[in-house]
Design a protein. Structure first.
Length: 177
Protein backbone atom coordinates (compact mmCIF):
# COMPACT_ATOMS: atom_id res chain seq x y z
CA UNK A 1 0.00 0.00 0.00
CA UNK A 2 1.32 3.43 -0.96
CA UNK A 3 1.44 6.24 1.59
CA UNK A 4 -1.03 8.97 0.52
CA UNK A 5 1.28 11.68 1.92
CA UNK A 6 4.07 10.40 -0.31
CA UNK A 7 1.67 10.58 -3.27
CA UNK A 8 0.70 14.14 -2.33
CA UNK A 9 4.22 15.33 -1.54
CA UNK A 10 6.71 13.13 -3.41
CA UNK A 11 9.58 15.54 -2.68
CA UNK A 12 8.21 16.65 0.70
CA UNK A 13 6.44 19.87 1.62
CA UNK A 14 8.06 23.20 0.87
CA UNK A 15 10.36 24.25 3.69
CA UNK A 16 11.70 27.76 3.72
CA UNK A 17 15.32 27.84 4.85
CA UNK A 18 16.18 30.12 7.77
CA UNK A 19 18.64 31.98 5.57
CA UNK A 20 18.39 32.23 1.80
CA UNK A 21 21.76 32.75 0.14
CA UNK A 22 22.35 34.16 -3.32
CA UNK A 23 23.69 30.69 -4.23
CA UNK A 24 20.33 29.17 -3.16
CA UNK A 25 18.59 31.67 -5.42
CA UNK A 26 20.86 31.04 -8.40
CA UNK A 27 20.24 27.29 -8.11
CA UNK A 28 16.48 27.84 -7.84
CA UNK A 29 16.53 30.17 -10.86
CA UNK A 30 18.25 27.52 -12.98
CA UNK A 31 15.63 24.98 -11.89
CA UNK A 32 12.81 27.39 -12.75
CA UNK A 33 14.32 28.06 -16.16
CA UNK A 34 14.69 24.32 -16.82
CA UNK A 35 11.24 23.19 -15.69
CA UNK A 36 9.51 23.44 -19.11
CA UNK A 37 12.18 21.23 -20.71
CA UNK A 38 11.99 18.63 -17.93
CA UNK A 39 8.20 18.62 -18.00
CA UNK A 40 8.05 18.31 -21.78
CA UNK A 41 10.55 15.42 -21.77
CA UNK A 42 8.57 13.66 -19.04
CA UNK A 43 5.16 13.83 -20.75
CA UNK A 44 6.05 13.70 -24.46
CA UNK A 45 5.57 9.95 -24.86
CA UNK A 46 2.38 9.66 -22.80
CA UNK A 47 -0.80 8.55 -24.53
CA UNK A 48 -4.13 10.37 -24.22
CA UNK A 49 -5.27 7.68 -21.78
CA UNK A 50 -2.16 8.13 -19.66
CA UNK A 51 -2.63 11.91 -19.67
CA UNK A 52 -6.10 11.36 -18.18
CA UNK A 53 -4.70 9.23 -15.33
CA UNK A 54 -4.75 10.76 -11.85
CA UNK A 55 -1.35 10.91 -10.19
CA UNK A 56 -3.05 9.82 -6.95
CA UNK A 57 -6.57 8.81 -5.91
CA UNK A 58 -8.67 11.96 -5.79
CA UNK A 59 -5.89 13.96 -7.41
CA UNK A 60 -5.60 15.70 -10.75
CA UNK A 61 -4.90 13.97 -14.03
CA UNK A 62 -1.49 14.40 -15.62
CA UNK A 63 -3.16 16.75 -18.12
CA UNK A 64 -4.59 18.87 -15.30
CA UNK A 65 -1.20 19.01 -13.56
CA UNK A 66 0.48 20.32 -16.72
CA UNK A 67 -2.23 22.95 -17.25
CA UNK A 68 -2.10 23.85 -13.55
CA UNK A 69 1.63 24.54 -13.79
CA UNK A 70 0.99 27.00 -16.61
CA UNK A 71 -1.84 28.69 -14.67
CA UNK A 72 0.20 28.87 -11.47
CA UNK A 73 3.33 30.18 -13.12
CA UNK A 74 1.39 32.80 -15.11
CA UNK A 75 0.19 34.08 -11.74
CA UNK A 76 3.74 33.86 -10.38
CA UNK A 77 5.32 36.12 -12.99
CA UNK A 78 2.53 38.66 -12.54
CA UNK A 79 3.06 38.57 -8.77
CA UNK A 80 6.80 39.08 -9.27
CA UNK A 81 6.24 42.03 -11.57
CA UNK A 82 3.79 43.58 -9.12
CA UNK A 83 6.27 43.21 -6.25
CA UNK A 84 9.09 44.67 -8.37
CA UNK A 85 7.06 47.71 -9.39
CA UNK A 86 4.84 48.43 -6.38
CA UNK A 87 5.39 48.60 -2.64
CA UNK A 88 4.16 45.37 -1.01
CA UNK A 89 1.16 44.90 -3.34
CA UNK A 90 -1.69 42.65 -2.28
CA UNK A 91 -1.88 39.71 -4.67
CA UNK A 92 -5.05 38.02 -5.84
CA UNK A 93 -5.42 34.42 -4.68
CA UNK A 94 -7.34 32.04 -6.94
CA UNK A 95 -9.15 28.73 -6.56
CA UNK A 96 -6.65 26.30 -8.13
CA UNK A 97 -9.07 23.36 -7.97
CA UNK A 98 -11.79 25.33 -9.77
CA UNK A 99 -9.30 26.46 -12.40
CA UNK A 100 -8.21 22.83 -12.91
CA UNK A 101 -11.79 21.97 -13.88
CA UNK A 102 -12.29 24.70 -16.48
CA UNK A 103 -12.66 23.66 -20.12
CA UNK A 104 -9.18 24.87 -21.13
CA UNK A 105 -7.78 21.99 -19.11
CA UNK A 106 -9.07 19.61 -21.78
CA UNK A 107 -6.81 21.22 -24.39
CA UNK A 108 -3.69 19.42 -25.59
CA UNK A 109 -0.88 19.74 -23.06
CA UNK A 110 1.36 21.24 -25.74
CA UNK A 111 -0.58 24.49 -25.25
CA UNK A 112 0.49 24.76 -21.62
CA UNK A 113 4.01 23.47 -22.34
CA UNK A 114 4.35 26.34 -24.83
CA UNK A 115 3.01 28.81 -22.27
CA UNK A 116 5.48 27.50 -19.71
CA UNK A 117 8.40 27.77 -22.14
CA UNK A 118 7.57 31.41 -22.85
CA UNK A 119 6.72 32.40 -19.27
CA UNK A 120 9.84 30.73 -17.91
CA UNK A 121 11.99 32.43 -20.54
CA UNK A 122 10.62 35.84 -19.53
CA UNK A 123 10.67 34.99 -15.82
CA UNK A 124 14.23 33.66 -16.06
CA UNK A 125 15.31 36.89 -17.72
CA UNK A 126 13.82 38.87 -14.83
CA UNK A 127 15.24 36.54 -12.17
CA UNK A 128 18.74 36.53 -13.69
CA UNK A 129 18.94 40.33 -13.45
CA UNK A 130 17.46 40.78 -9.97
CA UNK A 131 19.60 42.26 -7.24
CA UNK A 132 19.71 41.22 -3.61
CA UNK A 133 17.61 44.28 -2.80
CA UNK A 134 15.00 43.27 -5.39
CA UNK A 135 14.81 39.76 -3.93
CA UNK A 136 13.95 41.40 -0.59
CA UNK A 137 10.90 43.12 -2.10
CA UNK A 138 7.60 41.66 -0.95
CA UNK A 139 4.00 41.10 -1.81
CA UNK A 140 1.16 40.63 0.64
CA UNK A 141 -0.68 37.32 0.47
CA UNK A 142 -4.19 37.80 1.90
CA UNK A 143 -4.74 34.08 2.59
CA UNK A 144 -1.66 33.76 4.83
CA UNK A 145 -1.97 37.38 5.99
CA UNK A 146 1.74 37.97 5.53
CA UNK A 147 4.18 39.75 3.30
CA UNK A 148 6.42 37.36 1.41
CA UNK A 149 9.87 38.33 0.07
CA UNK A 150 10.63 37.43 -3.53
CA UNK A 151 13.63 35.37 -2.41
CA UNK A 152 11.26 33.04 -0.56
CA UNK A 153 8.80 33.07 -3.45
CA UNK A 154 11.58 32.09 -5.85
CA UNK A 155 12.43 29.03 -3.76
CA UNK A 156 8.75 28.17 -3.34
CA UNK A 157 8.09 28.21 -7.11
CA UNK A 158 11.23 26.19 -7.73
CA UNK A 159 9.80 23.63 -5.29
CA UNK A 160 6.35 23.91 -6.92
CA UNK A 161 7.64 22.95 -10.35
CA UNK A 162 9.71 20.06 -9.02
CA UNK A 163 6.76 18.96 -6.84
CA UNK A 164 4.39 18.59 -9.80
CA UNK A 165 7.07 17.12 -12.05
CA UNK A 166 7.65 14.49 -9.35
CA UNK A 167 3.90 13.71 -9.27
CA UNK A 168 4.06 12.78 -12.94
CA UNK A 169 7.41 10.99 -12.74
CA UNK A 170 6.28 8.91 -9.74
CA UNK A 171 3.10 7.90 -11.58
CA UNK A 172 5.12 6.87 -14.64
CA UNK A 173 7.41 4.77 -12.43
CA UNK A 174 4.53 3.14 -10.51
CA UNK A 175 2.68 2.29 -13.74
CA UNK A 176 5.84 1.22 -15.62
CA UNK A 177 5.03 3.47 -18.57
Amino acid sequence: MIDINLLKYPIGKFQKPDNISFDNLKEAIEEIKSLPKYLEETVKALSEEQLETQYRPGGWSVRQVVHHCADSHMNAIIRFKLALTEKNPTIKPYDEAAWANLNDNKLPIEISIGILKNIHFKWGTILDQMTELEFSRTYFHPESQKSVPLAEVTLMYCWHGKHHLAHIQALIMRENW
